[in-house]
Design a protein around this ligand. Structure first.
Ligand code: FAD
Length: 672
């Protein structure tokens, strides 16, 4: 910036760089938690077609917790079955297997497909609603420099990250997205085959005009600026890993074909022509992922992009699908990419600047993981930053972002290695063909892969947010984890593994008899939840146990009282929900201690906090205790973190340990 130029300066709690799925998920948390936030993107618009399209069960559970899963669920194509096609003894492809797309019973949602642009739209609407329009994506804005004042990073009231921003013209913010003479949206401009970093160029041009600069001082910065992340480069972090030789083309078309499984998810291995993956989409669209056998990288490792066009990709698809015929009139989008599997060396600097999404991991898109894992990164990070920025949680919880998510990124790369090998290899001719891929193994890998891909196998390690022993032993935990004792009573709720997401079963509202999936009550408000499995409260000794627990909870010095703030919407950072196992018709709301269904002088009792594991009129209920592995007489207590992961399991008598859990992660003493 020139010295004579007046450069406006401002402070903000959170600055998010990049408004793709990862950045929008972070902004969504900030909107729901009421944190002052800015989100910038160098591009002039969100994307309208192409890129990611698969939404996994866990992502839908998360969308539901923010209140917009129904929009995606209604608009999307539902993926129910996978068909595996392989060459028969005569070399002609035939269907060899069918398997369910989502493992049965894993979640209340199944995998769906809908393009990334719609998902970004749902986020934008939700952010607008919950932030009262105060958080808006500022488009055509990019960072020029980033500095962290290391002397200030320990001071929670400081704004130690200084970012210089540049405001672009509409023209500068619009990438060249269409190949000349074609009306088809071309994703090559963002593909790793052709993409070049344009930030330096944009900033140089922009600097020559006055009034385009701005300085922002932020408490926290989240770099969600994609695979070529400027933020990552500014921090000097690297992506480690490798690119493979496989080049894949992607076409989003409305196919005209006699192939019978075109509305199923299919993998089609041909004998000599490579592999094709069919992904049915919304509005009759089908995405084809096609291995481009005729395009190989040169000595420098880069493929010749001039050989790649919608026609060349489609011709490759036709060969694989033969003897079936396929044609199309409408193509919505196309691209090509080279598989690169990389993970960043670090995910944060000084726990003040964080990286998320493609900025810290890249891999092949066929398993539908890119967008999902990227959103899950910031779903993990967003509430932590929000609670620390609001002075509710201890800054030490921020280190769990890297410890929890870097492992997932590494698992993703390992998964992708295996998955890609199965996709890119040719089918084995017979049992002696060691270089070929056995189709039995392929099916097995696919089935196992589906669990990982669903996002529901995530199991976070011990920390001050996850109170469990390391392995079977109760080792003393170090660093971020030192404040947690390794208290663990997993056996009280075997169906709620500590470190995994709170599974959902149906329960019935005590007050109005309406059945709910319990997860619907774990909304993303930024609140921790204490789920009291109250057991059989018709038994006097059990009722006494519950009353003693509630008395401890209500004491003036309990974590429940001392965590309260005067900072809405998070004035009550902990919510208590109860599921009991006595018969609903034999019990009443008033039988329960008041703290479990609090009274408001203006609106009366809270009728939405006490649930029962009992039969209902129209739905299959009454199996929650059994499925959660909780004793129906004695119950137990479970803590769900704001992101629905189980953090602690104990008995009704273990109040002191519960108090210690919250002392380990929340700023209780300051307000006590
Ligand atoms: P992105 O979606 O890349 O978002 C990054 C955002 O940051 C963009 O809006 C960008 O404009 C902005 N930005 C970049 N640099 C700056 C800067 N310096 N300053 C300000 N803003 C900046 N995944 C699948 O699951 N299935 C697929 O079929 C699939 N196909 C893909 C095809 C292509 C060509 C690409 C590029 C990706 C594809 N992906 C696919 C991956 C998926 O789109 C990503 O994993 C997902 O979008 C990652 O989300 P993100 O928010 O981390 O990054």
């Amino acid at each position: 910036m020139t010295i004579s130029e007046h450069v406006p300066e401002s402070n903000v709690d959170v600055l998010i760089i990049g408004a793709g799925p990862a950045g929008l998920m972070a902004a969504c948390w900030m909107a729901h938690c009421g944190v002052t936030t800015r989100i910038i993107d160098k591009r002039g618009t969100k994307i309208f077609s192409g890129q990611a399209d698969g939404l996994q069960c866990r992502s839908l559970e998360i969308f539901d917790s923010f209140g917009f899963a129904d929009r995606a669920w209604k608009e999307a194509n539902h993926m129910i079955e996978i068909c595996l096609w392989n060459p028969g003894p005569d070399g002609i492809i035939r269907r060899s297997d069918r398997i369910p797309d989502t493992i049965v019973g894993l979640s209340r949602f199944q995998q769906i497909t809908l393009h990334q642009g719609r998902i970004e739209r749902f986020f934008l609407d939700n952010i607008k609603k919950y932030s009262n329009d105060t958080i808006k994506v500022e488009r055509g804005v990019l960072p020029e420099s980033l500095e962290i004042d290391e002397t200030e990073v320990e001071d929670q009231s400081s704004y130690p990250v200084t970012v210089k921003l540049r405001h672009l013209t509409d023209e500068e913010a619009t990438p060249q997205q269409q190949i000349s003479g074609s009306k088809i949206s071309d994703g090559l401009f963002r593909s790793n085959l052709t993409h070049t970093d344009d930030e330096d160029d944009l900033i140089r041009k922009n600097k020559s005009r006055a009034g385009t600069g701005e300085i922002v001082h932020a408490k926290y910065v989240i770099g969600c600026d994609g695979a070529r992340s400027w933020t990552r480069r500014a921090l000097g972090f690297e992506l480690l890993g490798e690119a493979t030789d496989s080049i894949w083309g992607v076409l989003d078309i409305i196919p005209i074909t006699d192939f019978p499984d075109i509305r199923m998810r299919c993998t089609i291995h041909s004998t000599e022509n490579g592999t094709l993956m069919v992904i049915p989409r919304e509005d009759k669209l089908v995405r084809l992922y096609i291995q481009l056998k005729e395009v190989t990288p040169d000595a420098s490792g880069r493929a010749d992009r001039s050989k790649i066009s919608p026609d060349s990709i489609f011709n490759a698809a036709k060969k694989i699908l033969s003897p079936y015929k396929i044609d199309y009139e409408y193509c919505a989008w196309w691209t090509a990419y080279q598989i690169g599997q990389r993970v960043a060396t670090r995910f944060d600097s000084h726990e003040r600047v964080f990286l998320a999404g493609d900025a810290v991991h890249t891999h092949s898109p066929k398993a539908g993981q890119g967008m999902n894992i990227s959103m899950n990164d910031t779903y993990n990070l967003g509430w932590k930053i929000a609670l620390v920025a609001k002075g509710i949680a201890k800054p030490s919880i921020l280190s769990t972002y890297q410890s929890e998510r870097r492992k997932i990124a590494q698992d993703l790369i390992d998964f992708d290695h295996r998955f890609s090998r199965f996709f890119s290899g040719r089918p084995a001719k017979d049992i002696m063909d060691a270089e070929g891929i056995s189709m039995g193994e392929f099916k097995e890998a696919f089935e196992k892969g589906n669990l990982f891909a669903s996002g529901l196998s995530v199991n976070y390690e011990p920390s001050n947010l996850v109170s469990k022993a390391v392995g079977e032993s109760k080792e003393v935990l170090s660093d971020a984890t030192s404040s947690a004792n390794a208290f663990t009573k997993q056996s009280l709720a075997k169906g709620l593994p500590i470190g995994m997401r709170f599974n959902s079963f149906k329960v019935v509202n005590q007050s109005d008899a309406r059945p709910w999936h319990f997860q619907e009550k774990l909304r993303s408000t930024g609140q921790f939840r204490i789920v009291v499995f109250a057991g059989n409260i018709l038994s006097p000794p059990q009722k006494k146990r519950l009353e003693d627990f509630c008395e401890a909870l209500g004491a003036p010095d309990s974590f429940f009282r001392t965590s309260a703030t005067s900072s809405p919407p998070l004035d009550a950072p902990i919510e208590v929900l109860t599921i009991h196992s006595a018969e609903r018709v034999e019990t009443n709301l008033m039988d329960f201690p008041e703290i479990l269904h609090p009274y408001n002088p203006h609106t009366g009792w809270d009728y939405d906090k006490i649930f029962v594991d009992d039969v209902s009129y129209h739905e299959d209920t009454g199996k929650a205790y059994e499925n959660y592995g909780v004793d129906k007489e004695r119950g137990c207590v479970v803590v769900a973190r704001p992101d629905q992961y189980v953090g602690w399991v104990g008995d009704l008598e273990d109040f002191k340990d519960l108090q210690r859990y919250f002392e380990g992660c929340l700023m209780l003493s300051l307000r006590a």
